[in-house]
Design a protein around this ligand. Sequence first.
Ligand code: ZN
Length: 506
Amino acid sequence: MTPEVAALRARMAELSDLHGISMLLFWDQQTMMPAAGAAARAERSATIALAIHARESDPELGALLDALEPWAAGEDPDSDDVRLVYWARRDFEKSVRVPAELTAEISKANALGQQAWQEARAANDFGRFRDALARQIELRHRYVACFDGHEHPYDALLDDFEPGLTTAELRPLFAELRDALVPIVAAAGASDHVVRNGGAFLGRFGADAQRIAVLDVLEGIGFDPDFMRLDPTVHPFAAAIAPDDIRLTTKYDEQDFAVALYCGLHEFGHGLYQARVDRSLFRTTLDDPVSLGVHESQSRLWENVIGRSRPFCAWLVPRLAARLPAALNGLDAEGLYRAVNTVQPSLIRTEADETTYNLHIILRFELELALTEGTLVVDDLPDAWDEGMQRLLGVEVTGPAEGVLQDVHWSAGHLGYFPTYTLGNLLAAQLWVRLQDDLPDVDELLERGDFGRVREWLREHVHRHGRKFPPRELVRRVTRSDLTIDPFLRYLREKLTDSGVLAPTA
Ligand code: ZN
């Protein structure tokens, strides 16, 4: 190892430690911290964030990278150290281009924005959020202006969550997906009455009984208490403090066991990704997920592709019958499979089924693009939202709290984030096609609860690489294709026909 590589690795190890500490503070705040700790926690977290920013944008790091790049050009392009130089350069450039004053303004606007959003949502009044949102859009424009070389201003926003993805690629992909999904939803012949998961898992169940049942399911698919925890929270997430220290969360709705179950499966998918990165990448900053879309492909794969499949339902029913029998409402495996694949247009994204979910995302993407391009002004946003819900999902919005105000993202300045949820769905289906090629007996494996080979396939093809390969390159390496909607649509049509939602000719 050259002295420069050793110096870079030492810097990255320190950054990796700071990211882990910052994640631990976040996890603690969302699960354990008494409410009165919030003010002090905000100070401590801000100090860590400043320390990270100072190290990421340190001019000495820039000089070190200048010295390393000629060396990297002569090395194996796939070696860990060459990739580390690439990502350190990318993080450095993004960090130094945004002036400190703008970073401070953004951070303040995010805190104020979330406060305004909470009040507006509680009052069901968009007017109370209007100024905060207009401020966020203005700051996003200033942020975008810090970067040059992007074809479309939205590219700079996307790049924070999905490195390298462009608006020019995403727009036709999502338009095609929209045009395919709208008739599928219409053909599914939804009723007026929304019953989530076809009524499976509804009842009354205490949180303790739910926790025992969820843990039992998760242990069946690979949850290992040696390096994982499961704790309750309000908005579930998975936090990797380190690859050997994975904190999963879920929430317990006492009337609906599906919430705890599917959140648990979802966060397990995120956690497993971060737990299975190659040990050679520990403490290098390459031991992180490469993008939110790839991260989300792992959670959706366990939640939906596996978790709502017929063989998984066959495995799940006897397991739940032993732990929380009332949750099944007398359904057998086939009944459960049909129930959890019900298609039902509804108002709220986070409660949407697998089919309609992507239309909620496409609406947000269309609106974000229009706000970024300046073809939509903030005052017209609520009407544009309501029109889009009618056009895409055929539902009437009852008020801003259940419409334009339902998500926290825009209030926190997260524009360009929503598309990654649908990217995750698309990519999960692409990965599953490849996995089925390699494991043709995967249905039998799932049905008998043998999940080890699926976990191993994911580790080999996705998890172990961490952030080493940019998303586009990772997708090509694993699927031998670019991002595409066909495998997802095929998967969806097959499942909806198979579970009786769509007529076989549809
Ligand atoms: Zn997720």
